[in-house]
Design a protein around this ligand. Structure first.
Ligand SMILES: [Zn+2]
Length: 304
């Protein structure tokens, strides 16, 4: 389904999607960086290479719409930062979580050892809707009844009302010697902290990951991984209890996006985004990575 060609250290693939009998070609650029890879769809390639012709733009918008429609129809629960069910190629929850693990693994080798469990948890969507069957099956591998836990910890559209409960499950499992289970729960906690890095979540603006109720910022993040790691304007508050980073994440996002009041006004694509919108996306990605690193560090110390 794809052809690959390389340009310097950047790889690109040409994909085609069979849509009825018409084949639609998509140019997708992929930048590989260690274990995590980021894929930037056609708009940023055209943008970076200086193409601004209307035809390319129209082609790109049509292509993005198709990708998005495909993502949305294959999964109704793509929510906040995209997770594995909504974006199997390079879920943002994995990118953020892997970045944090990579930053800390030398000091905390268990993070690398249990990376898969953390990433499984970080991709689980346990908000106000019933958990996805795939997520339920993955959690069952760790001996967890995910749907019961979702209800117990009071999942909400923006996050959950019992973040402390997810941490208690993690800590209890660790002390009982079930490290794989503990790290899965830790992944769920990180997911919630990560979601608070999204303006619509911090502002509690109701949305879903379907075609009619999606949030524009999340739409842009689905295909643009452009974290800014050079403008981190806060330092680690050093919480001993890792769940406290949930509110810290929310407050940081609110400070970054005081005017984010509705899910439709933000641009949907990098190409059409304003400078401020691009900054907000890059800041939120880079700052959320750092915040998750602090959370993970706090949890690793608390579990010892
Ligand atoms: Zn979520």
């Amino acid at each position: 389904m794809s052809m690959r060609f390389t340009d310097g250290d950047e790889s690109r693939r040409l994909y085609y999607l069979p849509v009825d009998r018409v084949r639609v070609f998509l140019l997708v650029g992929a930048e590989y960086n260690g274990k995590s890879n980021s894929i930037t769809v056609a708009n940023s390639i055209l943008d970076e290479k200086g193409y601004s012709m209307g035809a390319y733009r129209s082609l790109f918008l049509a292509a993005v719409s198709l990708v998005f429609a495909g993502v949305m129809s294959s999964s109704g629960d793509c929510h906040a930062w995209d997770s594995r069910n909504g974006n199997p190629t390079r879920p943002t929850h994995s990118l953020i979580t892997n970045w944090a693990i990579d930053s800390l693994k030398d000091g905390f080798p268990e993070l690398d050892k249990f990376r898969d469990a953390i990433i499984d948890g970080a991709n689980a969507e346990v908000h106000e809707l019933k958990a996805n069957q795939k997520d339920i099956e993955i959690a069952a591998k760790y001996g967890i009844d995910l749907e019961s836990k979702r209800v117990e910890h009071r999942g909400t559209n923006e996050g959950c009302d019992d973040i402390q409960g997810w941490w208690k499950d993690c800590h209890d499992a660790y002390r009982a010697g079930r490290k794989d289970r503990a790290y899965y729960y830790l992944g769920v906690l990180l997911h919630m902290v990560e979601d608070m890095g999204v303006p619509a979540h911090a502002h509690k603006i109701y949305h879903q990951g379907n075609l009619t109720e999606f949030d524009n910022f999340e739409f842009m993040a689905l295909s643009n991984w452009k974290p800014d790691f050079d403008d981190i304007n806060k330092t680690d508050p050093g919480f001993v209890e890792p769940w406290k980073y949930y509110d810290f994440s929310k407050d940081w996002t609110l400070a970054d996006s005081p005017h984010y009041k509705d899910r439709n006004s933000f641009s949907k694509t990098w190409l059409l985004a304003s400078k401020d919108e691009r900054h907000l996306l890059s800041h939120r990605q880079g700052r959320t990575c750092n915040l998750v690193k602090w959370t993970l560090q706090s949890a690793s110390k608390a579990m010892k």
